[in-house]
Design a protein around this ligand. Structure first.
Ligand SMILES: [Mg+2]
Length: 221
């Protein structure tokens, strides 16, 4: 009953349920009961992604995917934080792309684990920067070293026990997209502007559709 009430309480669902008598149930509850059964843990965009079709993990490249730099080339440590703003030694403000926090919070809210896969050799610097930017806490695994992204995926596969076909991976370098697609990862190319919210939702949808229709074919076109 709670499930039905949760669904019908959402205004955007009324159209879908119009053909069913469920909507009549709502009027049978007092406002108190309605507020009690109102969902607190859902997101409008997750409605079309049943839990069993969600990815096992979402993996992010860092340079030009999460932040607009080759951080080990364009930024100069040591870093400092003042009034919540992270700067490098040349007083350059360190930023991440605008939709990143929304995407990270969305995954966290829906218990989708996240990992980092970067080819930079500056492991310590990248982790420190992530801590200063307060995004380190979102990730369960950090693969940051000079090896192929395919290798990074294999380590994540071993440590998290998640199949390649259950991974979504974002990267700005198409060579990494090609190599990880070959092993079955749903790899998404995000050139120039990093991962955007729409790009993320589209990837979730395509991964979900493929998982539902054909678990062995989850390549994004
Ligand atoms: Mg990159």
């Amino acid at each position: 009953m709670a499930t039905i009430c949760c669904k019908i309480y959402r205004s955007d669902c009324f159209r879908k349920f119009k053909a069913y008598p469920f909507h009549k149930i709502r009027s049978n509850f007092s406002p108190t009961i309605r507020s009690f059964v109102r969902p607190v843990n859902t997101h409008p965009d997750m409605e079309e992604f049943p839990e069993q079709n969600r990815p096992g993990i979402v993996i992010f490249d860092m340079d030009y995917t999460v932040w607009p730099y080759w951080a080990d080339v364009h930024l100069d440590p040591p870093f400092s934080v003042s009034n919540g703003v992270v700067k490098d030694s040349r007083n350059e403000k360190v930023k991440i792309y605008p939709d990143i926090l929304k995407i990270l919070n969305f995954c966290k809210h829906h218990d989708i684990p996240m990992a980092v896969a970067s080819k930079s050799p500056e492991t310590t610097m990248y982790k420190e920067l992530m801590k200063l930017l307060d995004i380190h806490k979102y990730f369960v695994q950090f693969e940051i070293y000079r090896k192929s992204k395919e290798n990074h995926m294999k380590v994540i596969n071993e440590q998290q026990n998640i199949e390649f076909t259950d991974m979504i991976f974002f990267d700005d370098d198409f060579r990494n997209i090609e190599s990880t697609r070959r092993i079955g990862v749903t790899a998404v190319h995000c050139p120039r502007l990093g991962v955007t919210w729409n790009m993320f939702l589209e990837a979730l949808k395509k991964h979900s559709d493929c998982k539902q229709t054909n678990p062995k074919q989850r390549q994004l076109k």
